[in-house]
Design a protein. Structure first.
Ligand code: FES
Length: 114
């Protein structure tokens, strides 16, 4: 798994905390401010928040929009979203094993439909 790092320099909020907020349903900057405590104003937030919020699967470079579209097209399980988009089917570069760390977020997108 890729190393964690601080994204919001002002409030010392790291990448994993932001992803956990997304798994809990945050999709907008305002929601990540509320759920993760980012400031949305420091250089780290300005440079990276939008990219984090619009990406679901880093391994397969699958966007939030692509996953939402797959769900709207009828993919109602993580496996079906993976078949349609590739999200969740990556291999961890370090271990060589199935990654799947984006699967909780995919499930949340299925649950919320967004
Ligand atoms: S981040 Fe999606 S499979 Fe690794």
């Amino acid at each position: 798994m890729a190393g964690n790092r601080i994204i919001c320099a002002k409030n010392k909020v790291d990448y994993i905390t932001i992803r956990k907020a997304m798994i809990a349903g945050a999709r907008t900057v305002e929601e990540v401010v509320e759920k993760a405590g980012v400031c949305a104003e420091c250089e780290g937030c300005k440079a990276e928040l939008e990219g984090i919020l619009t990406s679901v699967c880093g391994c397969k470079k699958v966007s939030l929009e692509a996953v939402v579209n797959a769900v709207k097209a009828g993919s109602d399980t993580v496996e079906k979203v993976g078949e349609m988009t590739g999200a969740g089917t990556g291999i961890d570069e370090v271990t060589g094993e199935a990654c799947g760390r984006c699967k909780p977020l995919i499930q949340n997108i299925i649950d919320l439909g967004r």
